[in-house]
Design a protein around this ligand. Structure first.
Ligand SMILES: [Zn+2]
Ligand SMILES: [Zn+2]
Length: 426
């Protein structure tokens, strides 16, 4: 069956996450978004792990579902137009900070396990190595390669996906504390890595520039820190609903099983260009090179974003493709589209009201962003929404790019256009 999966999410036990990021709200949010398989996140955390064991029960092989009585209560918060199956897969993100080849390395890694027993065994091993109790995304002074070794020793069905591989500060290829290749990090275990997460600030064409990534399945996930952010990036599968089918689709990269990804516009990501947020400096790669990587305001080294870093490691010309690629679909979160149409903040009541109305009328967010015809979307009675979706799908929108931790900003309509279109609609 065809389904959407968001495999990198956090729980309320991770630092800087929403207090309501629990299994119930993940279950509700997944349905509103149109996601079938969602990562539990944080299973290494004892508090979260006991909630998982309490509230989830086995469903299909390697997948879990919310207990019936809990699900029934949650469904009251989901309009009938959005209701669907939700399954959880056991995954946790580990932050590895260690020295290798004379440099401090910081990278994040997603570990997936096939069942609760394996998760418990793996947790017990990590508990002896470092502190997994204070943060849902534990920071371990453990070489990522050793982490992977421990994982594979625990189960040969477990797998590891390097997370948001281009983020400057915390990733395997990041400009600040990364490596120049996946192989430099994982050495002889590299052949066991079969997928990599591109992160919000890069999209597949950027990754295609680096030939050492050619054999990896490029996945995209939300890395959500609140239920609302679920599915801002996601993967499309067409397999049986099971852990091993998902693993196999990622491992083989078979285009009939892994259908591709939903992507943030990379310019929207927090680390697309180079710059200093505090100095209000945002530079394109050529400018950064001219400035020798130094901020023209404060004279300190700039935070080098993902575009520059990809350029640095690229060994294939722009616009050329590896032999095997998967389709990708660039999306803008519906909340951001409504915020742009209504000209009020994404967290405003007005946006929330219109968001709820659109979902009740039309179905899940992914149905609106991806499936429905713009004419059908217009039926929801939100002026300009159909046209905005059309422009998003045709990639005729403007984005002022993100840099140094600042998200990019989407612009779908100009002032005049908005007034004109609205006038003609009414
Ligand atoms: Zn991370
Ligand atoms: Zn500066």
């Amino acid at each position: 069956m065809k389904f959407i999966a968001d495999l990198h999410v956090h729980s309320k036990y991770s630092r800087a996450t929403a207090r309501n990021l629990d299994l119930e709200n993940m279950y509700i949010a997944a349905q509103l978004k149109g996601i079938t398989v969602v990562g539990t996140g944080d299973f290494t955390h004892p508090g979260w792990f006991s909630e998982i064991r309490e509230k989830l029960i086995p469903a299909e092989e390697g997948l879990y579902k919310l207990r019936k009585e809990i699900a029934g209560e949650c469904d009251k918060n989901v309009p009938p137009s959005c209701r669907g199956k939700v399954r959880f897969v056991l995954v946790s993100e580990i932050s590895n900070i260690y020295k290798k080849n004379d440099k401090t390395r910081k990278n994040h890694n997603l570990v997936f396990v096939p069942n609760l027993n394996i998760a418990a065994k793996f947790n017990a091993k990590l508990d002896k190595i470092g502190n997994i109790r204070s943060d849902g995304r534990p920071i371990l002074g453990l070489d990522a390669k050793n982490l992977f070794e421990i994982l594979l020793e625990t189960s040969d069905q477990a797998f590891l996906i390097p997370a948001h591989i281009w983020t400057p500060w915390f990733s395997v290829l990041g400009s600040k504390s990364g490596f120049d290749s996946i192989e430099e990090c994982f050495e002889d275990l590299t052949p066991h890595i079969f997928a990599a997460e591109t992160g919000l600030s890069s999209d597949p064409p950027m990754n295609w520039r680096v030939t050492s990534l050619d054999n990896l399945t490029l996945v995209s996930n939300s890395d959500a820190h609140s239920p609302q952010k679920l599915g801002r990036e996601a993967n499309i599968f067409d397999t049986a609903l099971s852990y091993s089918a998902i693993r196999n689709a990622l491992k083989t990269g078979d285009p009939k099983q892994f259908l591709g990804t939903f992507e943030f516009y990379p310019e929207e990501g927090k680390y697309h260009l180079d710059g200093h947020r505090k100095c209000n400096v945002c530079l394109w790669p050529e400018k950064t090179i001219k400035n020798k990587g130094i901020c023209p305001v404060c004279g300190k080294p700039l935070t080098i974003g993902v575009l520059s870093r990809v350029e640095e490691l690229a060994d294939r010309p722009d616009k050329e493709k590896p032999e095997k690629t998967h389709p990708y679909y660039s999306i803008v979160p519906l909340i951001d589209i409504l915020s742009e149409i209504l000209q009020v903040g994404p967290k405003s009541k007005k946006v929330q009201r219109n968001y709820n109305a659109a979902l009740t009328e039309l179905g899940s967010e992914f149905a609106i962003l991806y499936d429905l015809k713009p004419e059908a979307i217009e039926m929801a009675g939100i002026p300009l929404l159909g046209e905005a979706i059309r422009r998003m799908r045709n990639k005729t929108i403007e984005i002022s790019p993100g840099y140094d931790g600042e998200f990019g900003r989407v612009k779908i309509f100009s002032e005049d256009e908005r007034d004109n279109l609205r006038g003609s609609a009414s």
